[in-house]
Design a protein around this ligand. Structure first.
Ligand SMILES: Nc1ncnc2c1ncn2[C@@H]1O[C@H](COP(=O)(O)OP(=O)(O)OP(=O)(O)O)[C@@H](O)[C@H]1O
Length: 277
């Protein structure tokens, strides 16, 4: 596992530079004044309670949400200022792994993986044979990497959830992204499959030296694989530390709820009379 590994040397340039990012919905901040820098080859895991702002932060990185204020610089593009056309071009360089695999169920696994290469071919493609042979070979290699080469020509919707997410990972690799964003990629899997798929995803990303930002609820997996852990609580960054040397106990502080002020309760009449007595 990589948790004790340091960030790969070689590319010290920030791939992501976020400064003072705030995103409000109906006046309420979902992400609140967050700074974040991610260097090339870093694997960063976002942790935090449900509703703490992880998905919103990820969506601000690829321009699916416009920030309310602050700067978002991703792969040299000022996402907060960019027009839609520029954002579309940026997204061709970003792989996104979703909770709901988003495969085309009636297509084969191979065709689903080849969809990841659509940005590299001209015009629409129908069927595996309409892709160049070199791409078909590449797609098969990626399926092999996720352990599903033998399912290449099986319909995607006949696979289990864990297998479908592995196909989705192969499709993302086919995309050859410069940056990978993953939003709770194993949230819909049982714990055993979740661990297998997550370890596979992290393993491949580290081998490819991909820059990764991934939101996750599994603290142990995050501790085992991430270079750095970033914790959010009610939209604010409350942790930003290398994973090496951190304990589960350190990380669990991110999950402490902020105490809400309790409305004053009227004292029950019996308690009042007891107090007087
Ligand atoms: N499109 C939206 N419109 C209004 N409010 C939103 C929208 N998206 C997110 N929010 C709110 O922003 C806050 C942060 O949500 P977000 O989905 O980013 O949290 P999260 O940490 O990813 O949660 P989870 O772990 O459950 O996915 C929540 O209070 C949520 O209700």
């Amino acid at each position: 596992m990589a948790g004790t590994a340091t960030v790969p040397a070689g590319d010290p340039r920030p791939v992501i530079g976020v400064r003072g990012l705030t995103k409000r919905f109906a006046g309420t901040p979902a992400v609140d004044d967050v700074d974040l820098e991610v260097r090339g080859g870093e694997l960063v895991v976002l942790l935090g309670l449900s509703g703490s702002g992880k998905s919103t932060l990820l969506r601000c990185l690829n321009g699916l949400h416009r920030p309310s204020s602050g700067e978002v610089d991703v792969l040299g593009c000022r996402v907060d200022l960019a027009r839609e056309g520029r954002l579309r071009r940026l997204r061709t360089r970003i792989g996104f792994v979703f909770q709901q695999f988003n495969l085309v169920g009636r297509l084969s696994c191979m065709e689903n993986v080849l969809i990841g290469a659509l940005g590299r071919v001209r015009g629409p493609r129908y069927g595996v044979l309409s892709y160049p042979k070199s791409m078909r070979r590449e797609a098969l290699e990626h399926l092999d990497r996720v352990g599903l080469a033998d399912r290449a020509f099986q319909r995607a919707d006949t696979l289990s959830g864990g297998q479908q997410q592995r196909v989705a990972i192969a499709r993302t690799l086919m995309h050859r992204p410069a940056l990978l964003l993953a939003d709770e990629p194993v949230a819909s899997l049982d714990p055993e499959n979740a661990a297998v798929v997550m370890e596979l995803l992290f393993q491949v990303c580290l081998e490819e030296r991909l820059t990764v930002v991934c939101s996750l609820h599994q603290v142990d997996l995050a501790l085992g694989w991430a270079h750095r852990l970033v914790g959010l609580r009610e939209g604010r960054k409350v942790l930003d530390q290398p994973a090496a040397g951190m304990s589960r106990h350190d990380v669990m502080r991110v999950y402490e709820r902020v105490a809400q002020p309790q409305p004053e309760q009227p004292t029950p009449p019996r308690a009042q009379s007891e107090a007087v007595a």
